[in-house]
Design a protein around this ligand. Structure first.
Ligand SMILES: C[S@@+](CC[C@H](N)C(=O)[O-])C[C@H]1O[C@@H](n2cnc3c(N)ncnc32)[C@H](O)[C@@H]1O
Length: 222
């Protein structure tokens, strides 16, 4: 797939507690990507498996996992302070249905997850790469969607949100054009903000800047 990444690994400032969490809690909640990840075995139960790509500080993941103890959640990101923060929150709420991957989501989907293993994928406020010359770094691309379709179960869903209108239009066009996904809102339509979608740090930031928000939900074909 595309070699220029959809992210820039920023060292970012890590608080002492985030650093401590990485040292002490990673073993409990972190997943080290091995050849194939058997999610059923990792969680030790049969339950819906939901993946959040680019969870940032983990606000959405924590809220969803608290509200739905009947589902298992895997978060993947490369942002260390956010991973530390997520680990602190998992421990604080004693959540048994969340695990974390510190990796490029594309590598995880491509090399470490078996076909048709996910019920739901969330992509909230992915890096917008607003400059035209950087558009190729955007996560939502036809090749990425083909990969996603391979990992989602038949009738599984992908839910997205962005506060960049140009990226929202790109998502809509690219997903509508994919034969493997059906727009739940109808071709060419965004969906009203689902009440179930938690407010995240990046959404709050966008709100302060006066950005709009565009939501999309697609169902994978049977
Ligand atoms: C703009 S932030 C949004 C974070 C969060 N979803 C929110 O709404 O606050 C995008 C996040 O996606 C992560 N990211 C981008 N590309 C990724 C990739 N290929 N694999 C894993 N994480 C990625 C970045 O590290 C960053 O934390």
């Amino acid at each position: 797939m595309e070699t220029s990444h959809s992210f820039v690994r920023r060292c970012g400032r890590m608080t002492a507690s985030q650093k401590k969490a990485l040292d002490t809690l990673w073993e409990k909640y972190g997943i080290v990507p091995e050849a194939q990840l058997a999610l059923q075995t990792i969680f030790g139960r049969t339950a819906e498996k939901h993946l959040e790509i680019g969870f940032g500080m983990g606000d959405a993941l924590i809220q969803m996992a608290k509200e739905h103890p009947e589902h298992d959640y895997v978060g993947v990101d490369v942002h260390s302070p956010g991973i530390g923060h997520l680990l602190i929150e998992i421990e604080k709420w004693q959540l048994t249905n969340v695990r974390v991957l510190n990796a490029d989501a594309i590598t995880i989907l491509q090399d470490h997850l078996p076909t048709y293993c996910l019920d739901m994928v969330y992509i909230f406020f992915p890096d917008p790469w607003p400059k035209k010359r950087h558009h190729k770094r955007r996560l939502i691309q036809p090749q990425f969607l083909a990969l996603l379709a391979q990992r989602l179960k038949p009738n599984g869903h992908v839910q997205l949100a962005t506060d960049w209108e140009n990226y929202a239009q790109h998502m809509l066009q690219t997903l509508d054009a994919s034969a493997e996904f059906t727009n739940v809102a109808g071709q060419g339509q965004f969906i009203p903000r689902p009440e179930s979608r938690p407010l995240t740090k990046f959404e709050k930031r966008g709100q302060k800047l006066g950005h709009g928000v565009w939501d999309l939900i697609y169902q994978k074909q049977e």
